[in-house]
Write a protein that binds this ligand. Structure first.
Ligand code: IPE
Ligand code: IPE
Ligand code: MG
Length: 239
């Protein structure tokens, strides 16, 4: 689909998003923080639609960080149940749209078994789809991902001299995932919060004041317009 002001020949292949600001969105309305998370579902679905409209091939969203365990138990419990039910509610719809669901993150004992089951089912259900890969970063931390890759290198007995970028990249959570071209963060926070540390080395960063529950495909289009106005040099000179 053609979107005004967007060059269809230079659509970012991979867009990553830090879905932030749910709690503030709710608090501003006198609601509980968890209601902000619930309202984020609509934003996610609209962002997926926007990615499909543009022909973005990979969309990765930060749903729960390795640091989010520091939140109150009730909120953590809500997020576990919410993400599980979201998958059940939305996976058929996503599957019909040609979306392949994938996950990156640590499957440690703190992640409920039921959620792991839903994740595995959703990944299996949608594995043949190719239109858009929606990767959900859950119990994800960029440092944990690099640590896990290093552990694998050591376990496999890879000699130090053989360790290069490729050797590490091949051992990240999803070796097939291309590096994000564009990384968007909502809610006016200007940091990565441990998201895709390795992969975002050359991503274009776009920050918006919009709180995640208010995010809609138009905001994604705005971010892509900003992306297309950037000069990506990768350490070289302008082409
Ligand atoms: C992002 O919204 C969702 C998660 C971290 C799970 P927040 O819950 O961080 O919302 P704010 O930043 O407190 O407003
Ligand atoms: C980042 O948001 C994690 C997710 C959106 C899942 P946070 O709200 O946890 O980040 P900080 O704590 O403000 O850095
Ligand atoms: Mg936050």
């Amino acid at each position: 689909m053609d979107v005004p002001g967007i060059d269809p020949g230079r659509i970012p292949v991979h867009v990553a998003a830090v879905m932030d600001g749910n709690g503030r969105w709710a608090q501003r309305r006198g609601l509980k923080r968890t209601e902000g998370h619930a309202a984020g579902e609509e934003a996610l679905m609209d962002a997926v639609e926007g990615a499909l409209d543009l022909g973005v091939r990979w969309l990765t969203v930060y749903a729960f960080s390795t640091e989010n365990w520091r939140r109150p138990t009730d909120e953590v419990r809500f997020l576990m149940g919410f993400n599980e039910s979201l998958l059940v509610r939305r996976r058929d719809e996503l599957n019909d749209k040609g979306v392949r669901i994938r996950f990156i993150g640590r499957r440690d004992w703190r992640v409920p078994k039921r959620l792991i089951r839903r994740i595995d089912e959703s990944v299996a259900l949608t594995q043949a789809n190719r239109t858009l890969t929606l990767t959900i970063a859950f119990n994800y931390g960029g440092k944990a991902e690099i640590i896990d890759a290093v552990r694998r290198l050591v376990d496999e007995g890879v000699p130090a001299a053989k360790i290069d970028e490729k050797a590490i990249a091949r051992r990240l959570y999803d070796p097939e995932m291309p590096d994000p071209d564009l990384l968007v963060r909502t809610s006016g926070e200007y940091r990565l919060s441990n998201f895709l540390l390795w992969e975002a080395a050359y991503s274009e960063l776009v920050f918006t004041e919009v709180l995640w529950p208010d995010f809609r495909r138009e905001h994604l289009f705005d971010a892509v317009r900003e992306y297309q106005a950037r000069d990506r040099r990768f350490g070289g000179l302008s082409g």
